[in-house]
Design a protein around this ligand. Structure first.
Ligand SMILES: Cc1cc2nc3c(=O)[nH]c(=O)nc-3n(C[C@H](O)[C@H](O)[C@H](O)COP(=O)(O)OP(=O)(O)OC[C@H]3O[C@@H](n4cnc5c(N)ncnc54)[C@H](O)[C@@H]3O)c2cc1C
Length: 183
């Protein structure tokens, strides 16, 4: 089914408009089996909360009210863990942004990035990002997928520079990143 994004209800695999499995929407193993022509294991149905009651079940099947020790509890990430996950998200978002976005999509992306710079959980990082964005020529470049990939790379480089880390060549990065969904 080309020209349209869709979910294959039978396999659970999600496809992009180019007819290829969406790299950012699937678990890597499902993606691999789809590209090698194997049929992915059908996703198991998640029981609804009403199915989870113990009504009519033998005692051995009753659901414990206690949380098992193996469950890890939510905790706040540190700046590096948060940063790595966030850069992964931002670069992936740019690589999946429309190649030729509509005016509405451009406005929405620009608003998202301005709001992101207000709510990023490391407030000090967010403050620096807002200062960087306010400088001449640093407003979000949302006109095309490639321009957005370039802009996120430049934003990342600004932090890299401040932290004394190597910087990327954003011209090369943006060309590569904006074609990742076509590979
Ligand atoms: C908006 C924002 C602001 C931040 N501000 C601060 C701060 O002020 N102080 C602080 O200590 N930390 C800050 N961080 C976190 C910091 O950027 C790093 O994420 C963290 O230090 C972990 O670094 P890392 O070496 O694992 O690689 P990361 O910088 O997290 O990068 C992950 C991977 O991305 C790739 N990469 C690197 N640069 C680029 C680029 N320009 N374009 C494309 N890919 C690239 C590399 O392969 C790298 O391994 C910030 C994070 C964000 C998202």
């Amino acid at each position: 089914m080309f020209g349209k994004r869709y979910r294959d209800k039978e396999t659970g695999i999600i496809y992009d408009e180019n007819g290829k499995p969406c790299k950012s929407c699937n678990i890597f193993s499902s993606f691999q089996s789809a590209t090698t022509g194997m049929k992915a294991e059908k996703k198991k149905e998640v029981p609804s909360s009403s199915d989870l009651s113990n009504r009519g079940m033998p005692e051995s099947h009753t659901i414990s009210k206690e949380v098992p020790d193996s469950v890890s509890f939510p905790r706040l990430p540190d700046v590096a863990e948060l940063g790595r996950s966030t850069w992964t998200f931002l670069h992936a978002m740019a690589a999946n942004y429309p190649k030729n976005p509509s005016t509405v999509e451009q406005t929405n992306m620009s608003s998202f990035l301005h709001n992101f710079s207000k709510f990023y959980p490391c407030w000090a990082c967010a403050e620096d990002l807002r200062l960087w964005m306010a400088r001449d020529g640093n407003a979000p470049k949302v006109e095309t997928r490639e321009s957005l990939c370039h802009w996120i790379c430049e934003a990342h480089n600004d932090v890299n520079e401040r932290l004394g880390k190597p910087v990327f060549n954003c011209d090369i990065w943006a060309k590569k990143a904006s074609k990742m969904t076509d590979e």
